[in-house]
Design a protein around this ligand. Structure first.
Ligand code: ADP
Ligand code: MG
Length: 721
């Protein structure tokens, strides 16, 4: 019995009929092993189970005839025409075949050859014949592959065509079968799945067309199960290896903070905060993903979370993907703390501050600092030097430190980091988690990852399967959805008019310039040109410029001018994409919007409509493909990020949405997270239950081996002890 992991160690070149040259072609497409080959499944099937004897061949319909070549010869009735004629026969009758300009047939079909001829039989001058049929030469057992049965049609890979695959598959299966089944019978039965051996045979060589469906289901389930097992194991490992600790928040700081906000938390914010707080009380570290639309109020939740740690004497960190965002977090968190009366008096000597003075007679205060490549500051001492700031972090004077990822990568030492908030869209990798742990000596800090990228449940189950997920699915009251319109380039004046009207009403606007892939320089140049052009079109307005080539300090200067209202219209490249918060901005114009993806457009649009006034988004585009037209229409049709994320997946497909090698998605060869969602849910449930009962898969060694063999290096660490 061959196991799948064994098959994953046999190179395809060992398959008779493939050989090294074709194996090299297949390797380019990621088909290296017999297991890979068996996962290259037919894209469709031809029903050739109807194999009539020659005597009964119906005229006019497509058929496949198995017969022997009796005679074959070519002639040249006209200078440019070669006719190759053959006579074929089976036990019942004979038939004439004609090919035009295919004289090679003479060589490939010498008399005596058994072959399958597929085409329509026609009546020509009272006699039956077949013109230009497809031919599959049969040698011995091959006959059973293309005739009298359902014939698989494979996606071509390089020069390797379906006929080659057919034979290779046949040989591979002959060598591999019987393939053992590592999944316990009760699980198969509960899910109504066929055995793996049956499934591999039936997906390639189904007896009936109906059989290929359940075969596919079984293989899809297996892919999901491997992925989910790796996630369940990872989660298990995290819990086991973690040196966690239970926070014991009294609620004094967090509650005080929430009470003093100028608004009520939404129901969703309160619910999510409850989920987080119960994680904090657990002995093992939190790994929670906080999802919420731009403007849904994640920052407030993050601050309340950090305060829960701070009041127990732990330090907290906020990590942002860019310096601009770190600056912004610092100023908004500082503002929120001041609002809640939690700010220390500035300029008090640092030695008098810190944990001990947290609960003084004047009430508790929270010390927050920022450290980035270009900034060092703190709310108790704005002019603090980098060195003093680092000292204060190390001694525990600082309660919350804001910065970029550099916080965990460079020489920053915390006194006792207990909680980290990571603000980013991308996955916070295992490597970073390890670094984070190192930052806090021996314990694992709790981790809250915030993302404004709506991830449909389908995907959080795969991509973020080892994280717990909280979703803020409610916007603060009084926010009307941003109104979105697509304008052609010819209609661009409507956009500039809208900006002028809004500015006249005291508000501000963003203009985002075209995306220039792989060239921040060109992108910056075109934004600069656009600033000049727009300043001429709207001479009464103050038009500013920000792009990725500016130094961080210059970027921050422009941002603060815009925030302060000294700039009416901010022309920018996509640097404003993430997190920028200027509630007075109500218009977002995106130029050449067809060059952006759905989620990017949605993120950009989220920059407006954050205040009480109606927001507008104008997409200037002359889409040239059906896909880009569909994307723009989707964005214009809804502001629901989850719906858009689903649309995006549908339009582009999972392979494109997630880069080729992203966490497990690349291992989904047959499975489609949308189409096969029910199987994903089943596999996830089964995988987590299995790992619950058998945390190291000791009783399921073949499954463990398979997860390792199929998911490769990315899961190797799960098995190290
Ligand atoms: P996010 O980080 O999710 O994009 P923020 O936390 O920055 O959102 O909040 C966006 C804006 O909404 C901020 O100005 C914030 O003060 C405000 N806000 C947050 N929660 C509420 C609420 N419950 N009611 C009213 N306004 C809120
Ligand atoms: Mg935010």
């Amino acid at each position: 019995m061959a196991t799948l992991s064994r098959l994953a160690s046999i190179p395809v070149s060992e398959i008779k009929s493939l050989g090294p040259k074709r194996a090299a072609l297949l390797a380019k497409a990621g088909i290296d092993t017999v297991a890979d080959l068996l996962h290259h499944v037919p894209r469709t099937y031809l029903d050739r189970s109807d194999k009539p004897p020659l005597a009964d061949v119906p005229v006019g319909t497509e058929v496949t005839i198995i017969a022997e070549v009796k005679r074959i010869a070519s002639r040249r009735p006209k200078p440019k025409l070669v006719m190759t004629e053959a006579l074929i026969s089976d036990e019942t009758a004979s038939l004439k075949i004609v090919w035009f300009n295919q004289s090679f047939r003479e060589k490939t079909l010498p008399p005596g050859t058994q072959a399958a001829f597929s085409g329509a039989v026609e009546s020509f001058r009272g006699k039956l014949q077949m013109s230009n049929p497809d031919v599959e030469v049969l040698d011995g057992e091959g006959e059973t592959l293309v005739t009298g049965r359902i014939v698989p049609i494979y996606p071509q890979v390089g020069e390797v065509k379906t006929g080659k695959f057919l034979r290779a598959m046949h040989n591979a299966l002959k060598r591999a079968r019987p393939i053992s089944d590592p999944i316990p019978d009760p699980i198969l039965a509960a899910n109504g799945l066929m055995t793996r051996d049956q499934a591999f045979y039936a997906i390639h060589f189904p007896e009936t067309l109906e059989e290929s469906g359940p075969a596919r289901q079984r293989l899809v389930y297996d892919e999901f199960l491997r992925l989910e097992l790796s996630l369940a194991l990872r989660k298990r490992r995290q819990i086991e290896e973690a040196t966690g600790f239970a926070h014991t928040p009294t609620g004094e700081l967090a509650e005080r903070f929430i009470e003093r906000l100028p608004y009520q938390l939404t129901g969703a914010q309160r619910r999510v905060l409850g989920e987080i707080e119960s994680d904090l009380r657990e002995g093992h570290p939190m790994h929670r993903l906080l999802q919420g639309e731009v403007g849904s109020g994640k920052t407030v939740v993050a601050v309340a979370t950090l305060l829960n740690g701070v009041e127990g004497g732990w330090q907290g960190a906020i990590m942002a993907p860019t310096e601009v965002l770190a600056d912004q977090h610092f100023s908004s968190v500082t503002g929120l703390l001041a609002q809640a009366g939690l700010s220390p008096e500035p300029f008090v000597s640092a030695s008098e501050l810190g944990m001990a003075s947290l609960f003084t007679a004047d009430g508790p205060t929270v010390h927050i600092g920022i450290l980035t490549g270009s900034t060092a500051s703190a709310n108790y001492r704005p002019d603090i030097s980098r060195k003093t700031l680092l000292d204060d972090v190390a001694s525990g004077q600082i309660d919350i430190l804001v910065g970029t990822h550099a916080l965990i990568q460079e020489g920053v030492r915390f006194h006792n980091l207990g909680l980290a908030v990571v603000d980013e869209q991308h996955r916070f990798g295992v490597a970073q988690r390890v670094l984070l742990k190192e930052k806090s000596q021996s314990i694992d800090p709790d981790l809250l990852i915030m993302t404004a990228t709506p991830i449909p449940r389908t995907l959080s189950m795969t991509l973020y399967g080892d994280l717990d997920v909280s979703i803020i699915d409610e916007m603060p009251p009084g926010r009307a959805p941003v109104q979105t319109r697509v304008l052609s380039r010819q209609e661009e004046n409507l956009a500039w008019k809208a900006i002028q009207e809004e500015v006249a009403a005291g508000r501000q606007a963003f203009v985002v310039c075209p995306l220039v892939e792989d060239s921040p320089k060109i992108e910056a140049a075109s934004a600069t040109a656009e600033q000049i052009r727009l300043a001429a079109i709207m001479p009464d307005l103050r038009v500013g410029l920000i792009h990725g080539q500016l130094r961080p300090a210059d970027k921050e200067a422009v941002m603060s001018e815009f925030r302060g209202g000294a700039i009416d219209v901010l022309v920018s490249t996509t640097v404003i994409e993430v997190g920028i918060d200027v509630p007075n901005a109500t218009v977002m114009v995106i130029e050449d919007a067809d060059r952006f993806g759905i989620s990017q457009l949605h993120q950009l649009r989220g920059r407006v409509g954050r205040g009480p006034s109606q927001g507008f988004c104008l997409l200037i585009a002359d889409p040239t493909t059906a896909e880009s037209e569909e994307r723009l229409a989707a964005v214009a049709a809804t502001t629901d990020g989850f719906r858009l994320a689903q649309d995006d997946l549908r339009i582009r497909g999972q392979g494109t949405v997630f880069g080729a090698r992203q966490s497990g998605m690349a291992d989904l060869k047959l499975a489609d997270v949308i189409r096969d969602f029910e199987l994903l849910v089943a596999a996830r449930r089964d995988a987590f239950a299995l790992v619950d009962r058998d945390p190291e898969l000791k009783e399921h060694p073949e499954l463990a081996e398979e997860v390792r063999a199929m998911l490769g290096e990315s899961v190797e660490w799960l098995f190290k002890s």
